[in-house]
Design a protein around this ligand. Structure first.
Ligand code: AMP
Ligand code: ZN
Length: 490
């Protein structure tokens, strides 16, 4: 497969070097709050990449960090009156629940910053031995940028002349200025700190990714990924630290996912257009539709999230599921329609070629919907044959290996979100009819279904119909079959 490489500025083959598995590192979450849909857009595209590579037969060693100590965590945990470990554990749990809800596969290795302090200290000592790291009077350590002339090679920013000794110690800084950055922050007041050979303090943010990537993947590895905002300074700083210490190329290939905007604007709490996954679930949107929407726009395009788009995505997932069920139900005459056979083969080829071409998810999706359209009309007109269905289901499974929306876990996920909202005292944020529908438990449904069966036996059809309508209003559909009545939630 070929993937755009931010470092070279070109689309290049992505292949493992020096090991059977592709070694990749993706910057993970800072667990100081619930993840928002922009964060998940990035994690979902990394998921698309790993699922597709595996589908192509490539083994993967994927490491993701969890930033569990930083300025924001210290501030928020302090406000909540909790130790940082307790505070971050809650949001890390929530993060992985959300990842599961969105069908994101777990990386092979999850690395916590607070568990790699010795590796970070060793790395800083290595830089200090080369006089690239220096200590200031307060005991903090900085990276001397003037010692890394290649600085800026990833983001290709026109950085102002690097002024020797100009420093910055906050994680977010000016967009176009290069400054010596903090490797280690000396302890201040009652902040959490570690007592180490380079002094008492805590790591800067950038050193964590360098130390953990090299710990698990070696000095040089195949691919590094993250959102576009991380390109500068975070990834530039990772390169500077790692390559200065090892003298080798850090990551060969860099993948950056472009930002998600909401209704054309940068997402922000003050704009009122800031959405976590949980916000959307509580509004009644389905996890599958959110996944499908967030991955349908190719990762190198900016994505504009809209509620119309989410509704469209909900319908698209429904169409796929209905089609899948129609094919699985079968009942088509024996044989093979050559036209549909050709359309099926084309859909599979186009799907694979699209993803192999810099992960063009929009084209991959279009290829499968072309097939859905052709097969549905062949089924309608009676030309679809059982032999076609076998191949169609294979094409659909191939597609779903990456898009992963056919299995319906939506109601279960929404129910879990409501349980969480209840426990957090936030249930009033949930859509009222959703609460009513989901509060209606399986036992309540079974009882009504049994009453309806009884009503039908006694020829009380009015009551039977009113029960069906009552259930339908709650989003529960009944299917009368040979072996009784089955129900499902819409
Ligand atoms: P954070 O937890 O803020 O460190 O972010 C986790 C990941 O989400 C990083 O890879 C960020 O680059 C990415 N990210 C943050 N905001 C957005 C956004 N609006 N669109 C896409 N990715 C984002
Ligand atoms: Zn990172």
């Amino acid at each position: 497969m070929e993937l755009f490489n931010t470092l070279s500025g070109t689309i290049e083959a992505l292949t493992p070097v020096g090991a059977p598995a592709l070694r990749m590192y993706a910057c993970g979450p800072t667990v100081y709050d619930y993840g928002h849909i922009g964060n998940f857009r990035t994690f979902l595209h990394v998921d698309v990449l790993r699922r597709f590579l595996r589908q192509q037969g490539m083994a993967i060693e994927h490491v993701m960090n969890v930033t569990d100590v930083d300025d924001k965590i210290i501030r928020n945990a302090g406000n909540a009156g909790q130790p940082i470990a307790e505070y971050t554990a809650k949001f890390e749990r929530a993060f992985f629940e959300d990842m599961d809800a969105l069908g994101v596969e777990r990386p092979e290795q999850i690395a916590h910053a607070t568990e790699a302090i010795p590796e970070m200290v060793t790395l800083i000592e290595k830089l200090a031995a080369k006089d690239i790291a220096y200590q200031t009077e307060d005991g903090s350590w900085y990276f001397r940028l003037s010692r890394f002339p290649e600085y800026g090679k990833l983001s290709k920013k026109d950085l102002e002349n690097i002024e020797d000794g100009a420093r910055v110690d906050v994680d977010e800084y000016e967009k176009d200025a290069a400054r010596d950055f903090a490797l280690w922050k000396a302890v201040k007041g009652a902040e959490p700190s570690w007592d180490t050979s380079i002094g008492k303090g805590r790591p800067g943010w950038h050193i964590e990714c360098s130390a953990m990537a090299m710990k698990f993947l070696g000095d040089s590895f195949d691919l590094h990924a993250g959102g576009e905002d991380l390109m500068f300074p975070h990834h530039e700083n990772e390169i500077a630290q790692s390559e200065s210490a090892s003298g080798k190329t850090f990551a060969r290939h860099w993948m950056h996912v472009r930002f998600l905007l909401v209704e054309g604007k940068k997402m922000s709490k003050s704009e009122g257009n800031f959405y976590t996954l949980r916000d959307l679930l509580l509004k009644g949107y389905r996890a599958s539709a959110i996944r499908f929407l967030l991955i349908s726009v190719p990762y190198r395009h900016q994505m504009n999230f809209t509620f119309d788009g989410l509704t469209e995505s909900t319908n698209a997932v429904d169409r796929l599921r209905t089609f899948d069920q129609r094919m699985k139900k079968g009942g088509f005459p024996e044989g093979l329609d050559p036209e549909i056979a050709a359309a099926t083969a084309k859909a599979s080829t186009d799907y694979t070629a699209s993803l192999a071409n810099d992960l063009n998810t929009a084209e991959a999706r279009a290829a499968i919907f072309d097939l859905v359209r052709a097969a549905n009309s062949a089924a309608d007109s009676g030309t679809l044959r059982a032999g076609n269905v076998v191949e169609i289901l294979k094409a659909l499974a191939l597609f779903d290996g990456v898009f992963a929306v056919l299995e319906d876990r939506d109601a279960e996920i929404t129910r879990a979100a409501l349980t969480w909202a209840e426990a957090e005292g936030r249930i009033e944020e949930a859509d009222a009819s959703l609460v009513e529908t989901l509060a209606f438990g399986d036992a309540d449904i079974d009882a009504l279904v049994a009453e309806r069966t009884q009503a039908k036996k006694t020829r009380n059809f009015a009551r039977a119909d009113s029960i069906r309508n009552e259930l339908l209003a709650k989003g529960i559909m009944l299917e009368d079959g040979k072996d009784g009545v089955r129900w499902k939630r819409k």
